[in-house]
Ligand binder design. Structure first.
Ligand code: HEC
Length: 436
């Protein structure tokens, strides 16, 4: 175990405030003038509180941009008599999304209801992790007693207790996450961290909560600071920073941390401040996703979303006004789940993103599939090409454009097996030319 390291790069002067020294002066002037223009648009009390005083006092700020945010209606709703209840968490893998709630577990595939299991009604956590011993991904939930259950969503549907397969019988689990390296899964136990690929179990004497992982680096935090564990080398280090509210890896593997008023990035075991929020705003949490890091940004009355993407802080022109106590969960699609404390779940994403693409496919292409394609493209259909799932369409996106829209080298549906109307062809074209 390596000695504990103290943060050495907490900003005390401008030179260490995390701004990139290689950034050229003209670019800097431009962002300063943009910030100035932004300030002019704000109300007077904000002007007094900080704007116009230069970035010395207000702290470093990331370049800003706009976010094409939309609420994603991703799924066929459950009948109103059987809503999903009070949702405690959500996990997704490929086409499958599972909601874990006080009524059980509810599963959708490509946005269509796929099943439910009401045998367990108390959940601590859930995650998509590499399947044990076989290729593929499992959705694994941690129940209220700390036992592990994987979802079977194939020929048979239901939950299977797999606690013993991870050699964790008698060791209650609180959280789990895929380590992002090989088939290793990380489990937060009462006072230990367990890391296993199903054959060797490594235990670390650290108590970690709010687990995240990327490429084999594992991190967690509490209000006093964050801890980084590298299972490969066995190193664990603690970085102190009080008032942490969130932690997330960006898609490029950088570790970001947030306090209520600032964003930090980790480098060599210390944190550098990169962004200071405006007076009157507060960061409430972070969630990593394929597209960047989602930020829960609160003002006095509501919560809004921002996205940290490619070094820019993107914010929507129209704020979504979410409940102040909502928690963010990142989605592998690049979207973000918003879970309020009363268990209501909603999903937001970029208009150009994965969730919106799924929604569009459900609205326009799934009905069209029923009219024109399913005669041959069901799982055991004559074409031997299953096109019943969203992911099969995304895999065949360019082939769909070629065969259905351009009708080359041979048309789909084949000659003599039906024709799409011009409107249907336009709808296929609109979807097939997207690049989420
Ligand atoms: C009458 C049966 C039939 C119908 C109806 C049909 N297909 Fe096909 N489709 C096939 C067969 C057979 C193949 C494989 C041979 C080939 O590529 O021509 C195929 C291949 C394809 C491929 C190429 C897959 C690849 O791997 O490149 C796409 C894309 C496709 N179909 C889309 C569609 C869509 C979308 C529809 C409905 C709008 C549709 N098909 C309707 C029989 C059908």
């Amino acid at each position: 175990m390596s000695p504990l390291r103290r943060p050495s790069a907490l900003p005390s002067s401008r030179s260490s405030d995390g701004t990139d020294p290689s950034r050229k002066p003209p670019r800097r002037r431009k962002s300063a003038s943009m910030a100035h223009r932004f300030c002019l648009g704000l109300s007077a009390w904000l002007l007094v509180a900080g704007c116009g005083s230069g970035d010395g006092e207000s702290g470093p700020r990331l370049p800003e941009g706009s976010l094409d945010l939309s609420r994603i209606e991703w799924s066929q709703p459950l009948p109103s008599m059987t809503g999903p209840g009070h949702v405690s968490t959500v996990a997704e893998a490929g086409d499958d999304v599972a909601l874990y709630s006080d009524l059980g577990i509810f599963v959708w595939s490509s946005g269509s209801t796929a099943g439910s299991d009401v045998s367990i009604r108390s959940w601590r956590d859930a995650a998509a992790v590499p399947a044990l011993g076989i290729p593929g991904t499992w959705l694994v939930g941690v129940d209220g007693e700390g036992r592990l259950h994987r979802l079977r969503n194939g020929l048979s549907f239901g939950l299977e207790d797999i606690t013993a397969r991870y050699a964790l019988t008698g060791k209650p689990v609180y959280e789990l996450v895929a380590s992002g390296s090989g088939s290793e899964v990380v489990f937060a136990l009462e006072n230990q961290l367990a890391i296993t690929d199903g054959s060797a179990l490594k235990l670390f004497d650290v108590s970690l909560r709010n687990l995240i992982a990327h490429a084999g680096r594992v991190a967690g935090f509490d209000a006093s600071g964050l801890r980084l564990v590298e299972p490969k080398t066995g190193s664990t280090r603690r970085i102190e920073l009080s008032g942490l509210v969130g932690l997330a890896f960006s898609p490029d593997g950088a570790l970001w941390a947030a306090t209520a008023d600032a964003l930090y990035v980790e480098k060599d075991g210390s944190l550098a401040r990169r962004h200071r929020v405006l007076p009157g705003q507060q960061i409430r949490g972070l969630a990593g996703s394929l597209r960047g890091i989602w930020i829960a940004l609160a003002d006095e009355s509501a919560l809004s979303l921002a996205l940290l993407r490619d070094g820019q802080l993107l914010q929507p022109a129209t704020r979504p006004a979410l409940p102040l106590d909502a928690r963010l969960l990142g989605s592998p699609s690049g979207d973000v789940w918003v879970l309020s404390s009363d268990g209501q779940l909603s999903r937001y994403g970029q208009e150009s993103g994965g969730g919106r693409d799924l929604a569009l496919w459900r609205e326009t292409l799934l009905p069209l599939f029923g009219r024109h394609c399913q005669g041959c493209h069901l799982p055991n259909g004559s074409a031997h090409i299953d096109m019943t799932t969203y992911s099969s369409w995304t895999r065949l996106r360019s082939a769909v454009l070629e065969r259905v829209v351009n009708r080359t080298p041979s048309p789909m549906p084949p000659d003599g097996s039906g024709m799409l109307s011009p409107d249907e062809r336009t709808a296929v074209s609109a979807w097939a030319t997207r690049s989420p």
